[in-house]
Design a binder for this molecule. Sequence first.
Ligand SMILES: Cc1ncc(COP(=O)(O)O)c(C=O)c1O
Length: 360
Amino acid sequence: MYYENVLAAIGNTPLIKLNQICKDFEAPVFGKVEAFNPGHSAKDRTALHMIEAAEKRGDIQPGATIIEATSGNTGFSLAMICSLKGYKCVLTVSSKASREKIALLRSMGAQVVVCPKDAAPEDPRSYYSRAAHLSEEIPNSYYLAQNFNLDNMGAHYYTTGPEIWEQTEGKITHYVCCAGTGGTLSGTARFLKEKNPAIQIIAVDAYGSVLKKYWETEEFHESEIFPYKIEGLGKTIIPENIDFDVIDQFIKVTDKKSALRARQLAKNEGLLLGYSSGAAMECVFKIQEQLSRDHVVVVLFPDHGSRYLGKVYNDDWMRQNGFMGKQPVDSNYEYIRRIYKTYKIKTRRYIRQTLSKVSY
Ligand SMILES: Cc1ncc(COP(=O)(O)O)c(C=O)c1O
């Protein structure tokens, strides 16, 4: 048995029971682990469906340049698909994306344009504006615009939704999923609600994003926006791919708790997953009280942890951001080393201060 090419291996990701981390839950909780896609994220599905739908419509010509504004994962999937299909790939990325993510995009042959993370979407320096501008400049180019391209949602309506329905034999009662462009959440949720309107759809948002407030008020609140650390989750614009009507609860999670949950998933479940997977897991804990034995929870984990080795899985980064305290002293050697280090710093400072007072 073999696949015709790597694109044929996209989708049909496993549903894995979370036995350790959720051992105190009354309901079984299953993770839909999208890291099993060949590009290691759910965006393989989105990118493939958006490209193939555009090909069918005749919007993409042979030798075209595909352009996209991406937080990294869509870019990686696109770079993979473009290299197989013979398209050039130009990606504009926020400087918030980890260095590993940017290196991965370049390694797959994409041209990467890094744009300042704090530029507002309408600012010409933002990664959205740059992508739109490049699509006007580059001949025979096609801008996918995943926030507004409804084929994004379609990918999950036709694949992720049916897979979860079949894998749970129709028993799913709660679906927990991050909202960025909204494609993964809305496409899957639409399919599931068509099968059983009682299924609870729980959307996960970040503090610093406008999405939850928009769902509550139907108004864009700029005051909600501030920088945050989780990648891929939340938005500072309202994407057309979010179907706000299918959402039953919108829950915000913090940078710190999401990072700690990601680490817990790695340590307790053997699942090395991305930062937003930690966010989704944290959200499951926030609904724990609502769950009983009759429920079946599915939480979607969007990507793999290898893209966050310099962040969530780096103790120094965790400490710098105040997500972890100082390392506990766990041996005599470590204790003595710390005292020696402090002594050395103090001695150096003393010598420097003394020398600066000496006049020759
Ligand atoms: C790591 C990660 N998590 C979550 C999301 C959100 O998925 P969606 O855009 O389908 O809402 C993204 C989207 O880029 C992502 O890259």
